[in-house]
Ligand binder design. Sequence first.
Ligand code: GRF
Length: 196
Amino acid sequence: LNIAVLVSGGGTNLQSIIDAAEAGEINGQIKVVISNKENAYGLERARKHNIEAVFENDEEKVIEILKEKEIDLVVMAGYLKIISPRFVNEYKNRMINIHPSLIPSFCGKGFYGKRVHQGVLDYGAKVTGATVHFVTEGADEGPIIMQEAVPVMQDDDADTLAARVLKVEHKILKKSVGLICDGKVKVDGRRVYINE
Ligand code: GRF
């Protein structure tokens, strides 16, 4: 499959997909990395691996690029921009997102980046984790593809917790992309079936 990855920041999730693809773990090719932030380090990561890197903040132009490159799968990897229902529907069941909590907890409006982990700590939750899901019109509420739990330690702060969750994000995101590229992921309403 032709893959596009959308980033807004450091791009460590992007890096995990780049590395997995280069290691032959993903039967797909990252054709382009697009960011709404000109200085997103994720764009630099793409350039270092000879992947086209585009700074583009206009959604119409982003969609044009995706069509021009015949993208089959759009991966939102730390992409901090709300996209329109039109964009979502263009890529229904072909657009996935990684969120650093166990959806439906600590997600949706206001829960992004460090705020997710601060919310977990403030609530006193003992377990958190990461979720890969299909993108639908509402934020962080599409059908769930994969999740993995992470313990919350008593001496955690948002940074130490974020770091532990980030490792799991990398793992389940590259695994999910690999399974989708192998045609092993089927969506049935809210349920997602994986035939490993
Ligand atoms: C990650 O926790 C991701 O889930 C969130 O932003 C953090 C950084 O992601 N959206 P990355 O390093 O830019 O992939």
